[in-house]
Design a protein around this ligand. Sequence first.
Ligand SMILES: Cc1cc2nc3c(=O)[nH]c(=O)nc-3n(C[C@H](O)[C@H](O)[C@H](O)COP(=O)(O)OP(=O)(O)OC[C@H]3O[C@@H](n4cnc5c(N)ncnc54)[C@H](O)[C@@H]3O)c2cc1C
Length: 462
Amino acid sequence: MEHLPTLHTAPERLRQLNDKTLNADGKFLLYWMQHGQRAHENPALEYAIRWANDLDKPCVVAFSLMDDYPDGSLRHFQFMLEGLKEVADRLAERGLKFCLLHGEPSKRIDEFAKDAVAIVTDHGYLRIHRRWRAELAESLSVPLVRVEGELVVPVETASDKREYAARTIRDQIMERVDDFSGQTSETKPKHASKNLHVRGDLDFTSVEAVLDNMKIDRSVPPSPDFTGGTSQARNRLTSFLRSNLDGYDDGRLDPVDDATSHLSPYLHLGQISPCEVLRKVRGSSAPKSDRAAYVEELIVRRELAHNFVWYAPDDYDSLNALPDWAAETLENHKSDDRPDHYTRDELENGQTDDEAWNASMKEMRLRGFLPNYMRMYWGKQIIRWTNTPDYAHKTALYLNNKYFLGGRDANSFTNVLWLFGLHDRAFTEREVFGKVRVLSRGGLDRKFDVEAYVERVEGLHP
Ligand SMILES: Cc1cc2nc3c(=O)[nH]c(=O)nc-3n(C[C@H](O)[C@H](O)[C@H](O)COP(=O)(O)OP(=O)(O)OC[C@H]3O[C@@H](n4cnc5c(N)ncnc54)[C@H](O)[C@@H]3O)c2cc1C
């Protein structure tokens, strides 16, 4: 297409991914929802509705569910479907049809889109999400337009290269935050699509009914603590703003209080907009230092993680992506004696001699969540207790993505590599870790009430 309409969307958020032209005879404009799984404050959805209105066509929304999505289990699918059910209901209130397809998105969306005028989608960062978009851009005969709505500052606007650390990207992001954090207003669809003769593959009568039709790994049960969806995310945000933002700067690492926002699973699936979270945090009456500390995590750290996976697409899940100093020092200490050694099964089952570590593994298995400091402590000990850095990395990533509701995210790959020195600096040289930062059990004991933490986790039940 020669001119992509901007339709009240920042041009930096828009990218046409192929050079196909509109199908004027198409029956509807399709929003292929993938990462932005919400019907509120979703720039891709609103862009699709506005474009459909301009073209005098209805807008249809489709999501394609894949049984064998990497590391997906009942825990992840149930949480995601809870969110999608809310999306379907909210879209129906707006007169829009939501179709649940079944299969690899690049194939199912291509087939489903035969009668579409054009397709809008949101932004995905991981290899698999980039591949789906690239394959669709090629196979579709109509335009595929990507709208960034999952980061406050679009990744290529913040920086055109892989950044070294938070300090090298912070100013670039923070200088542009005000340009991109405004509210995405809702547009009324000119034409309802809910009665169009298009059908999804799965009837979305209930989450359970859809799950019954899927062939998925059911070995990881749903989290008793987290229910998916935008309303749940908004409730968590409201209660965090009311009770815990005040004190976040000092308290955010304390695993006993566990007083952070717990939004990572929701942000992971786009069930809440980071712009909405940012505006509400900035507008709160909590002390400036607490608001600033939260913005550092939500914006600088989270968007640095996306910068990393975006600019290191082939390596973000391997030690090859480490900075030279970290790779060298880990190689030099590869053969150091490990004080203790545990197999992957022993680790997964929390059978080490460290009761704090076992508690962290139990919390991860049961809740699908772990307070931030315990994630660091947990991961660092895996380096200490396994034969090689490479095996430690594979084990940490496997457990992270299997159990965390917010796993399989840009944040997951980036933070697991942080354990090995990514985005960090060199420290005094030690056994096994070399110059990579060490977190010891002694340090954990000095900082927190470990007994109280273990007790809290003992109280958790499936
Ligand atoms: C070994 C390890 C593994 C991790 N795995 C994941 C993961 O799989 N998925 C995930 O989303 N985060 C991961 N993190 C980052 C961070 O620990 C979690 O995002 C955070 O603890 C989630 O709790 P919260 O939502 O209450 O965070 P809050 O403290 O309330 O922070 C708000 C938001 O800021 C972002 N954020 C916070 N800390 C970080 C960080 N270090 N890097 C990037 N973004 C951050 C998250 O989106 C978070 O939801 C990991 C960290 C470590 C050290």
